[in-house]
Design a protein around this ligand. Structure first.
Ligand code: IVH
Length: 672
């Protein structure tokens, strides 16, 4: 079978790599999205039928997988140095003069490039295939993020040949920057805002948070991009610029906005041009990089301990503006936290109009000694969200208003505010009477890790809330398909999907229901431990403080929060309504029968492929028997549950640290 389809599989892979390149690097697709999807589906089907032809660099691998990846630490072949920084033009001239003097009268050119603001990456290719991707880390050792990087569509997994002729070295390293384009960043933050999750401050943080995600499907979805800008070794071209032009032919995304400068005035022209135009670029930049172009000259200039003498980064200054603070409003988040927000006269800053800025919390407001009507300085540096950095005290006059104070009651529901010890934020005590909090609880309840009712997104919740159809989580279970259909019955399909999702949630195991209730401080892990220990919600509700404190991992803060949650009559009514709806409020008989403490206190790494159960099933088994799943091997690991074809690097690490390898059969015996 595999032989039969081999040619077609190889042909599809080649074609899909090319279409990927056309779309993501050249931004000039030659086929429609539908045609692309059809080819991809054909390849997926064939690969499924022919497992021996598996290839980690197949275009099908770009979608990622939900198998959790741990990151292996690997030493860089060549250390990844950083560049000297400068913020002013005089220092650029000093750099230029140092280079001129160092080269003792030789002619030289400076390659001027954009300084991309993401995270640097080192890619290794062997025989034209991507074999490894490593983050900068501390410059000497970084994280192996190959699986995540394979999902970035603009990074070639297989290099182009020119009419069948290979022009790339057999083995080489290329470095560049992984970025989240503005468009992806804005989409991601808008989604997070709708779910009232913390926003990423800038595309750099978003890109690095994404790449570090253990679930490569998340990376695949987030639309990362990559520009390559440095090949340390192994190419015949005499110049850095020429090397990059060559790399572009192999399929790499190399910026077109590079220029060779013969004089310092040309360097300044480049700096000035991009100061004005960088806001039009699709990705974030924070300056420009200047590099002596000729490799031999780079070598003769050499390095200092920290950075090359042949290159420098010029950073653009953070843009600042001064404007009037009109008033401060107070936002209530889904946890009830109150955030003061500055509303200002609109002002132009780094290409966008700014009129609102977060003031974080009461301490921040106090540290600024902020009065309404103050003239405030607003800054937009690497952070996309503007910051108020100070007040122009000299501009205060008779018209300046009173100092900004936190309100005494919640602006949404009028309940008093409290400040918990050790926390900067004030919280509303309105609980189930406070609309943003109730909506937040519903959104948490339906979220993926809780009840996973994905047919009911935040927008539908908002809609149903506005119509008065849901006021708390239990109302979800009395929704009627009649209403959901819409008056004209046009939404039948989505209404049915929603009802099916709600129905399916009745099978969600108790530990996730417990997490879904949103009891303060009871996260996923605590919910699992508590469910296993108390078995039913009634036992948990009735547990004395001492019993709660007796549970591994449950401290005074969690225990008290649980007690006060169950002490509230309204919550008890809610539990009764959920019970009537048919939710799992105790561990199933099956789960009870299987559970033990045989793996208590053990940290276990799963690696390789298994014959009897899937990896996810082994994860559940480990937890059910009191053990803890961990992503990567360390000295603290109790043992590795090792399946077939466990990676050699992991095996070596386990051996080095003296961590035992336990086979699938041995493991099953262990928990028998
Ligand atoms: S060259 C030895 N070129 O800036 C030279 N770096 O502060 C290696 N960066 O760590 C770096 N754009 O992450 C180079 N066009 C560019 C760059 C660039 C952004 C980053 C890179 C590096 C940091 C240096």
């Amino acid at each position: 079978m595999d032989e039969l389809f081999k040619d077609r599989i190889l042909e599809l892979r080649r074609a899909l790599h090319q279409h990927n390149h056309n779309y993501y690097v050249l931004t000039a697709p030659t086929i429609s999205d539908q045609e692309f999807d059809a080819l991809m589906h054909e390849l997926q089907d064939l690969e499924q039928m022919c497992p021996t032809l598996f290839d980690p660099n197949s275009p099908t691998q770009r979608v990622g997988s939900d198998l959790q990846v741990g990151f292996e630490r690997v030493a860089h072949v060549r250390p990844m140095l950083s560049l000297g920084n400068t913020y002013n033009r005089e220092e650029v001239a000093e750099f230029y003069n140092r280079v001129r003097d160092g080269l003792m009268g030789q002619k030289f050119q400076i390659c001027c490039e954009l300084k991309f603001d993401g995270l640097s990456i080192s890619l290794h290719y062997k025989d034209g295939q991507l074999v490894r991707a490593v983050t900068r880390g501390d410059g000497v050792v970084g994280d192996d993020v190959t699986a995540a990087v394979r999902t970035i569509r603009s990074i070639p997994l297989i290099l182009n040949t020119e009419d069948g002729a290979q022009t790339w070295p057999e083995e080489f390293e290329i470095r560049g920057e992984i970025l989240m384009p503005w468009a992806s960043f804005e989409r991601l933050n808008a989604e997070r805002e709708a779910r009232e999750e913390d926003l990423f401050a800038n595309p750099r943080n978003a890109a690095s948070g994404t790449l570090k995600s253990k679930d490569t499907r998340v990376v695949a979805e987030r639309g990362l991009d990559a520009y390559l800008y440095y090949i340390p070794d192994g190419l015949p071209q005499a110049g850095h610029y020429e090397r990059l032009q060559e790399a572009r032919k192999w399929g790499f995304k190399v910026s077109a906005d590079m220029r060779l400068a013969d004089t310092i005035d040309e360097v300044y022209e480049f700096i000035d041009y991009w100061h004005e135009h960088r806001s039009e670029l699709p990705v974030a930049t924070d300056g420009i990089v200047l590099k002596v172009n000729t490799i031999a000259q780079q070598q003769s200039l050499g390095m200092t301990a920290k950075s090359p003498r042949w290159a420098i980064a010029y950073k653009y200054p953070a843009e600042k503006a001064c404007t009037r603070l009109r008033c401060v409003t107070f936002q209530v988040g889904r946890t009830g936290a109150i955030t003061p927000v500055a509303n200002m006269d609109p002002v132009q800053l780094s290409g966008t109009m700014v009129q609102r800025a977060t003031l974080h919390n009461a301490d921040f407001v106090r540290s600024l000694d902020l009065h309404t009507g103050d003239m405030v300085y607003v800054e937009k540096g690497g952070e996309i969200i503007p910051k108020i950095t100070g007040v122009n005290l000299e501009a205060r006059n008779a018209e300046t208003g009173a100092p900004v104070e936190m309100p005494a009651v919640c602006p949404e529901c009028g309940a008093p505010l409290v400040r918990y010890e050790g926390e900067a934020a004030y919280y509303c005590t309105g609980g189930s009477q406070c609309p943003p909090q109730v909506k937040g609880r519903i959104e948490h309840f339906i979220s993926r890790k809780a009840m996973n009712i994905d047919s009911l997104g935040p927008e539908t919740v908002d809609d149903l809330w506005k119509q008065g159809l849901i006021k708390d989580i239990a109302d979800i279970y009395s929704l009627d398909i009649q209403y959901l259909n819409g008056a004209d019955g046009k939404r039948e399909k989505s209404a049915r999907r929603l009802m099916a999702g709600i129905e399916a949630s009745k099978e969600v195991p108790f530990e996730r229901v417990l997490f879904a209730l949103g009891i303060r401080f009871v996260g996923e892990v605590a919910a699992k431990t508590l469910a296993r220990k108390f078995v039913t919600i009634d036992a948990l509700a009735a547990a004395p403080l001492a019993d709660l404190l007796d549970v591994n991992g449950i401290g005074a803060v969690i225990a008290e929060s649980i007690q006060s949650w169950f002490a509230d009559e309204r919550n008890l009514t809610l539990v009764e309504r959920l019970r009537t709806a048919g939710l799992q409020l105790q561990i199933s008989a099956e789960q009870q029968a299987a559970a033990s403490n045989k793996l208590e206190g053990k940290s276990i790494v799963i690696s390789g492929v298994f014959a009897h159960h899937s990896r996810d099933e082994y994860k559940t088994l480990i937890e059910r028997h009191g053990g803890k799943n961990v992503g990567s091997i360390s000295a603290k690991t109790s043992f590795v549950l090792a399946g077939e074809s466990m990676g050699p690097a992991k095996r070596e690490k386990a051996e080095k640290l003296g961590v035992a390898l336990v086979s699938e059969d041995e493991f099953l015996k262990m928990i028998e």
